[in-house]
Design a protein around this ligand. Structure first.
Ligand code: RP5
Length: 167
């Protein structure tokens, strides 16, 4: 069963935005690998990685790029694995350019996209995709949601105490 997540970044300068995805996937016990490949600076490398991704055991790809981001779309052109874009904020347009490049793919080779710089959500979404055919991972995702919910409840308890102290 394909159980690994591949994170491909257009530049090593994108890494900080992807670390939350790496950390989240590790927390969920999902194997993840990160590599750099640029659709315009190293197009042959992107094609080679994309074509080998499925046979290398990957089930989902997160493709992060900034500017006129085309990495996710180019990657998806060379694999039928699900590809999720992570638009990165660089330059004068603050990531809106990368977001629109990601969500406005012409018909035929779809990709999904998370929000600008949303590495954590990208990791969670990749886990959800793999979890759709992995009951054990689905259970870990349920446990993650429960921990997350408990933090909200805990925050509310503290908030109520703080407000009561002001009265
Ligand atoms: C994109 O250009 C990369 O994904 C990065 O977000 C942006 C800037 O790259 P560097 O100039 O920092 O290498 O292709």
């Amino acid at each position: 069963m394909a159980s690994k997540v591949l994170i491909v970044m257009g530049s090593d300068s994108d890494l900080d935005h992807l670390l939350p995805a790496v950390d989240t996937l590790k927390e969920l016990g999902v194997a993840v690998e990160v590599t750099v490949a640029s659709a315009h600076r190293s197009p042959d490398r992107v094609v080679a990685i994309a074509r080998a991704a499925r046979s290398n055991g990957f089930g989902v790809v997160l493709a992060a790029a900034g500017g006129a981001a085309h990495l996710a779309g180019v990657f998806a052109a060379h694999t039928t694995l699900p590809v999720v874009a992570v638009p990165i904020a660089v330059g004068t347009l603050g990531g809106v350019d990368a977001l629109l490049s990601s969500v406005q793919m012409p018909g035929g080779v779809p990709i999904a996209s998370v929000g600008i710089g949303s590495g954590r959500n990208a990791g969670l979404f990749a886990a959800a995709i793999l979890g759709s055919s992995d009951a054990s991972l689905a259970e870990r995702l349920d446990a993650f949601r429960s921990r997350q919910e408990a933090k909200v409840v805990d925050a509310d308890v503290k908030l109520q105490a703080k407000l009561a102290a002001r009265a």
